[in-house]
Design a protein around this ligand. Structure first.
Ligand code: GDP
Length: 314
């Protein structure tokens, strides 16, 4: 690349892995990560931002590789005491993790914005990338299912994605504005590329794109927009992506993902296990082994994605 900035859109675990690789490939604070906040919710009086927390923990090296959420080396005294008192325990909050939610909630109540709080936490955790919520305004993902309409965390965590999805809505998106830092990053002349991380297109990337004006801002940046496939060999690595595709009557294939992002992306990173689909994609395609088990995998996928972006700038 030209040594300019990279802006990436991400949800939780799948997106944060590539974001971690991109941060290492773009040192000196050249990565701006725009994170889904449609999963945010209020629980036990706390403001919880699960995807921002996953980004903070993954990029600072504090993430828990076993669970895929929360912090490593966590203890659970709070949950045990809460259970004893008859409190809600379906959403697990570790002792150290709890500090993040308490401090965020406290600062929000004192008038700070989610952007300001996230920036400060990122700095304090030693993260060189700039992590931004998609919006400082509330957007809440709601899932219509065969069990009725569910708040996102009720669907995702309490019911463990078992209900059949009929429709997904992003309440508040029609009035929410992109966070000020997102607008600045997209209007900054030294942006080189925009990357859609391999996050769930329907639950993680769609809410970001639903924020009023976001799509237009992304296109107006005038740099290549590239999506990295969240499907590997036609399957999700983790989570309900393909289950939701089935339930929404979509074809379960990387081709569907290309179609979902039509009009927004200029190039697509297709996993090498799906290489046979290449000729059916009407856009520039890079074939990459996108499975990220290790930190080195993350950096390799990031570098290959950025090299592909360079070819699209030429
Ligand atoms: P969530 O918010 O925690 O569900 O996470 P995301 O939405 O960010 O990511 C879920 C998606 O990440 C799923 O579709 C997975 O298939 C995808 N994913 C997870 N790990 C990998 C990986 O190593 N490579 C690729 N290409 N996709 C991945």
């Amino acid at each position: 690349m030209n040594g300019g900035r990279i802006l990436a859109l991400s949800g939780g675990v799948g997106g944060a892995k590539l974001a971690d690789g991109l941060m290492h490939a773009c040192p000196g604070g050249r990565l701006t990560l725009v994170v889904n906040t449609g999963d945010d919710f209020n629980h036990l009086g706390l403001h919880i931002s699960p995807d921002i927390d996953t980004a903070l923990y993954t990029l600072s090296g504090f993430s828990n590789p076993q669970t895929g959420w929360g912090r490593r080396d966590e203890t659970w005294s709070f949950m045990q005491a809460l259970e004893q008192l008859g409190g809600d325990t379906w959403f697990r909050l570790g002792d150290a993790d709890l500090a993040l939610h308490v401090e965020r909630t406290h600062r929000l109540a004192a008038g700070a914005s989610l952007s300001e709080i996230t920036a400060e936490f990122g700095t304090r955790l030693g993260i060189s990338a700039q992590i931004l919520p998609m919006s400082d305004d509330p957007v809440r993902t709601r899932v219509s299912t065969d069990m009725g309409e569910l708040d996102f965390q009720h669907y995702f965590v309490r019911e463990q994605c078992r209900p059949q999805v009929r429709r997904i809505e992003f309440s508040g998106a029609e009035t929410a504005r992109p966070a000020p830092g997102v607008v600045r990053a997209l209007q900054n002349g030294d942006l080189d590329a925009i990357i859609l991380c391999p996050s769930n297109p329907y639950l993680s990337i769609a809410p970001i794109l639903a924020v009023t004006g976001m799509r237009a801002l992304l296109r107006a940046a005038g740099v290549p927009v590239i999506a990295v496939s969240p499907l590997v060999g036609g399957q999700a690595v983790k989570g309900p992506t393909t289950k939701i595709m089935n339930e929404l009557g979509l074809s379960v294939s990387a081709l569907q993902i290309v179609q979902d992002y039509a009009g927004l992306i200029d190039g697509f990173v297709l996993d090498s296990r799906d290489a046979q689909l290449r000729d059916q994609i009407d856009l520039p395609v890079a074939i990459v082994d996108t499975l990220m088990h290790s930190p080195l995998d993350r950096q390799r996928v990031a570098q290959q994605t950025l090299a592909f972006a360079t070819t699209l700038r030429a």
